[in-house]
Design a protein around this ligand. Structure first.
Ligand SMILES: C[S@@+](CC[C@H](N)C(=O)[O-])C[C@H]1O[C@@H](n2cnc3c(N)ncnc32)[C@H](O)[C@@H]1O
Length: 313
């Protein structure tokens, strides 16, 4: 192993040990993984254990993976020396350490004045690790949940929480799904697609589990809006189709979702899920207009009954 890389790694472990570590980043990627641009890592506390949270930034998605401190030397050696990152920056409150493969193909480390004066607070990570982070998500911006920098709008906090809560509930069931090269999901009554986008992002981006998702929705303007955002986000296997749940021709559905679809549409969706032999059916009914109609009918007849008895009708 090259001395400069060893030196940089030992500085990393030293500064993690004395808590003067701020963050690290890997860049100038020349490896083979399509779309990978750079990696950022920060300290987090997960279940009282110190870890480094690595965000792998791709052209169209972020993937986050958490590693224990003792896994770091081997992991970083591979990422730097083998996988194709030619620049590694280590930021501490004492110095910045820049490790670079120079134009002669030789690794060298430079030390410069610290560009950060403070160690970041870990409070935020202790409070909540969100399944769907708000940063670098073009779809959350397009759906008016975050601004362009990934800050959740004040009036969208509830929606953002709902999305994360949904993914949290679903994640427990998703991990029990049979392993497949591709999981086909249909979201019936997808609406504006908040939950559909988040699920696609979570499965493909966070869990790295390939899936196709089709959103079925009978409002044309929502279908057009969502297809546009899917294209902008580079979500190639996410599509929305205009039509009714009842007439949707389902083929090979592994997961069927129908949340808050109107009237008897939930029943129709369940029927489609069973007919397709889906592994997982997730439904939450909405307004039961058909039951209300029945109740109204029986209310009306109970008002009319006494009148009829007296020969008025
Ligand atoms: C209340 S929204 C729910 C959206 C989303 N599933 C959610 O929970 O956030 C219900 C959506 O389902 C659509 N919808 C209701 N019944 C439907 C049906 N039978 N076929 C297709 N779309 C339907 C509506 O147009 C609406 O956009």
């Amino acid at each position: 192993m090259n001395d400069a890389i060893e030196n940089w790694l030992s500085k990393l472990m030293e500064h993690l040990g004395d808590k003067s570590f701020v963050k690290l980043s890997l860049g100038n990627y020349k490896g083979l993984e399509a779309g990978l641009k750079n990696i950022y890592a920060k300290r987090v506390i997960i279940k009282r254990e110190e870890k480094l949270s690595f965000t792998y930034r791709y052209q169209t998605k972020d993937i986050t993976k958490n590693y224990a401190v003792d896994e770091l030397p081997a992991l970083l050696k591979t990422l730097i020396a083998e996988d194709g990152f030619r620049l590694a920056n280590l930021f501490t409150v004492e110095h910045d350490y820049i490790l670079e493969l120079n134009h002669k193909g030789v690794w060298a480390m430079r030390t410069s004045k610290a560009s950060h004066a403070e160690v970041p607070s870990l409070e935020h990570d202790k409070i909540k690790q969100r399944k769907i982070s708000a940063e670098h998500k073009p779809y959350l911006h397009a759906l008016n949940i975050t601004d362009a920098e990934g800050q959740v709008y004040k009036n969208a906090q509830d929606k953002y929480k709902q999305i994360n809560h949904y993914i949290e509930i679903l994640s427990a069931h998703l991990k029990d799904l049979p392993e497949r090269g591709m999981t086909n999901i249909v979201d019936m009554g997808a609406g504006k697609g908040y939950l559909t986008f988040a699920l696609y992002d979570y499965l493909n981006g966070v869990l790295d589990r390939p899936c196709t998702i089709t959103g079925v929705e009978y409002r044309k303007e929502l279908v057009e809006l969502c297809n546009g955002i899917a294209v902008q986000s580079g979500f190639e296997r996410l599509h929305f189709v205009e039509g009714s749940i009842q007439s949707y021709q389902a083929e090979d559905i592994h997961v069927l979702i129908a949340l808050h679809a109107c009237d008897t549409a939930t029943d129709d969706a369940i029927h489609q899920g069973i007919a397709s032999n889906a592994d997982l059916i997730v439904v939450a009914p909405c307004c039961h207009k058909q039951i209300r109609r029945e109740m109204e009918k029986s209310k009306a007849s109970s008002v009319l009954d006494p009148l009829m008895k007296h020969g008025i009708f």
